[in-house]
Design a protein around this ligand. Sequence first.
Ligand code: GRG
Length: 306
Amino acid sequence: MVELAAEKHVRYVLSVEKKKDGFESVVMEHLRMNGAYWGLTTLDLLGKLQVVDQEQVISWLMQCQHESGGFGGNIGHDPHILYTLSAVQVLALFDKIHILDVAKLQNEDGSFSGDIWGEVDTRFSYIAICCLSLLHQLDKIDVEKAVNYIVRCKNLDGGFGCTPGGESHAGQIFCCVGALAITGALHHVDKDLLGWWLCERQVKSGGLNGRPEKLPDVCYSWWVLSSLIMIDRVHWIDKEKLVEFILDCQDLEKGGISDRPDDAVDVFHTYFGVAGLSLLEYPGVKAVDPAYALPVDVVNKILISS
Ligand code: GRG
């Protein structure tokens, strides 16, 4: 079997950041904060975070913060909860967490909006809960209402959608299960039913898709696997075949991981491929926390300190 080309992936992640005019950097300009989280967490999981100039990253990151406390995807961009979690996660990696206030975005029914324009999505519920938990400020929101809203997004197939009645999708399932795990409310999940739906995501190649009849994609190695771990049903999939699928998506020459074998690599899939391998306990990759999506040592340090 092919092995993980860890050194090449490290070089690939560093090269994307250096090539500011390159295609990938240009298309990612509006979500550079997410890119920073994907790239830096990949480096940390591969034991190479120290090669990064911490001061430079933090100085850029703090220039993306707005008066409201929220962060934009890059300097001069409007704040959104999607970038705010990535900023908190990057600060967590460097052990430099700051006090932020995302509580204003909770709505009367317990749901969360992504920004002042009001779009509601269970992704935003997860993000608010994850951020506030890392900041030791979960008491700033009505957790019971937040949990009840997520439970309203549960479907008859055991999965969860964006809003009540929305189709089950592995990405949203990660968000809902992760939020319920962080708030100690996993008893709301029908673990056997959801476990069955999630393990049915594995297709012949060994890869996982995000919903029925869709193509497999390396990123679902994260969304599906982390959910299966949180509900204690990860032994229901063929782990070896999944490892093989992820390794087949590597660019063995230039480094990086793609969505499917032979496609072009990017930082998003490189991160979720490495994080998936971490969940599969692949040798040489640090352990990642399935609910917080950060290295276990980083999460432990934060949660143990008060
Ligand atoms: C900290 C890991 C972490 C996440 C933060 C933003 C967020 C919280 C979660 C996103 C969850 C999500 C919805 C993931 C799915 C991403 C994805 C590949 C969507 C593609 O959807 P379609 O419909 O693809 O284009 P399919 O695979 O269904 O054809």
